[in-house]
Design a protein around this ligand. Structure first.
Ligand SMILES: [Zn+2]
Length: 198
């Protein structure tokens, strides 16, 4: 089973790497990605594959349900490196359809760590519960709305990071994009189109 991946690496070298040696030798000297991708860990949403991008173009942070957590030193360090050192000016927060994390927010889960982690997105569920009470939403409609509200909420969290605020004060706020990737169609829907933190 694991050999398939090493075999895949050999195919990558012969079919891709060796055909674009100038490019790969160039990025070996230093990366200059143009976007920071904050996405879900879900195996179906590989940011470079679904955006048709080569290695060297996307700086990546992925976790369950594409959450931006204030107290997460990992994402804070990634943001700092992306915005201050790599000078990235576009951030994508990408959710996706059929997200297990989002279903767990809706249904609740027993696992301690996962439940605690998903609490960070509970504001999105409260909002969608309210909407669902007014309209007669099916479960799928409700989950799809929750996926979108979660992206919007995590963008709000992102805008509240002191680093993002201080860049905004200097007129260097990154453009933030909210997307939802459909695992059914492969298409990306834009929810938030390059908003800059106030
Ligand atoms: Zn997911």
């Amino acid at each position: 089973m694991i050999d398939e991946f090493l075999e895949g690496n050999r195919r990558f070298i012969s079919n891709e790497f060796n055909h674009h040696l100038d490019y790969y030798h160039g990025i070996a000297r230093g990366q200059s990605p143009t976007i920071l991708w904050i996405g879900c860990s879900d195996s179906r949403v590989s940011e470079d594959v679904v955006t048709g991008s080569k290695p060297g173009t996307i700086f990546v942070h992925r976790n369950i349900a594409n959450i931006v957590a204030y107290n997460d030193v990992n994402i804070a360090a990634i943001l700092e490196y992306a915005l201050v050192h790599l000078k990235i000016r576009d951030i994508v927060v990408c959710g996706h359809t059929r997200c297990g994390g989002i279903a767990a927010i809706e249904d609740g889960v027993e696992e301690n760590y996962i439940a605690d982690w998903l609490l960070i997105a509970s504001g999105a569920k409260e909002k969608v519960d309210e909407i669902a009470r007014e309209r007669n939403l099916t479960r799928d409609e409700k989950l799809n709305l929750l996926i979108e509200e979660n992206v919007r909420l995590q963008i709000k969290h992102l805008e509240q990071f002191s680093l993002v605020k201080s860049l905004a004060r200097k007129g260097q706020a990154p453009a933030i994009h909210g997307w939802v990737y459909s695992v059914e169609s492969g298409a990306i829907k834009t929810l938030v189109d390059g908003r800059r933190a106030p």
